[in-house]
Ligand binder design. Sequence first.
Ligand code: GAP
Length: 446
Amino acid sequence: MISDKLGKIVSLCKRRGFIFGGSEIYGGLSSIWDYGHLGAVLKKRIKDAWWDTYVERRGDIVGLDSSIIMREDVFMASGHLEGFNDLLIDCPGCKRRFRVDKMEKINEKVYRCPDCKEENDIQINQPRKFNLMLKTNMSATEDNPYYGYLRPETAQGIFVNFMNVLNTTHKKLPLGIAQIGKAFRNEVTTGSFIFRMKEFEQMEIEYFVAPCDADKAYLYWVKERSDFYIEKIGLKKENMRLREHEKDELAHYAKSCTDVEYNFPFGWSELEGIANRTDFDLREHARVSKKDLSYFDEDSKRKFIPFVIEPSAGVDRTFFAVLCDAYKEEEVKGKMRVVLKIKPNLAPYYVAIFPLLKNRVELVELAKKIFANVKSKIPAVYDDTAAIGKLYRRQDEIGTPFCVTVDVDTLTDEKVTIRDRDAMRQERIGVDKIIEFIKEKIYAND
Ligand code: GAP
């Protein structure tokens, strides 16, 4: 039943052009996905909500857009070259590869292959270390290679620019540096759609504080970030929970970490991690680069390496959670409708406009004219390629909060029928009131 919901969401994403397989016409590429129009717009809305909340509306956080490819020394200092590994084991029977840490959870330390179950004892193979970093040859020739690395987290671009940002913005601590961008990991356990990808997007804040303020800031960010998903993204409270990391699962740089988890159809899983990274990163970058990355506090006249609290969110996982949370099947007049009850301001289109009868030229013309006007102010779509019932269902399925129908009466009374996605209530409003009506409802809670 549960995986059935996942299957339906995956199928909706492909059918309606939210998501396509990467390099699909050549047979696809494992754990790489492309976003179609509706997916790209929904993803942008999620990123905009985050950027707007933290960069545009606060005085203590500034933005950054650093490069994806970074030098090898960056990842020597950060510990990723040495410590960013998965311990993997191969099944001698079916040849599938598994992460040892996940195996322990599944098998309670009895290493039977989760796929072949009783048949193959995979303990006869030795686990091997796999580094998750993706490396690229930056030399023009093959015989004299030099390598750059695709960042596995956007965070390192923030740490290496800490001094640039501090010196150019003249800000004091606490100071956050926020970045949205791609990150790359050669993940080996794959297969849960966009939950775990080799190329994905992160929204990260590195929040620099005096060491004595770190614990307080950590608690603040855990609460702030879990509230964000409910208030700004519209996820249901009962589908969210916080989970603090056990000491043995902490990343090599973290003193403490709390995950914001979402109840996905395949179980509770991480949406975001909020970590206290201490002064690990700045200290290591200072050591390896031999640059002074300390901060002078004017008030206390003390010099120190700031501590960092890091709320690190995945764009694609938030996107996935939005779809899982919003997907509903409802019976309407004996028929099933699929509806995405997305928070209205995140919907790819705020309104769809249709003529009631597609073979009445004057209705089509008027509907197109209304559409052109509305589209210049709010995200809108026009459709006249099916009967009205089907047009409504199409929009329900992609989460459009309002549908406007132009009918014969519109020609004389200059009013249209506007239908609400969730309640399916219909009312008549003036053509000149459409934009105002929708804006009022969409932005009511922001
Ligand atoms: N800078 C800290 C950091 O990268 P992380 O827990 O490894 O921490 C943060 O990643 C977030 O990035 C995760 O909570 C998840 O939302 C997202 N993420 C990580 N790996 C991912 C992957 N392979 N595919 C999709 N999203 C991923």
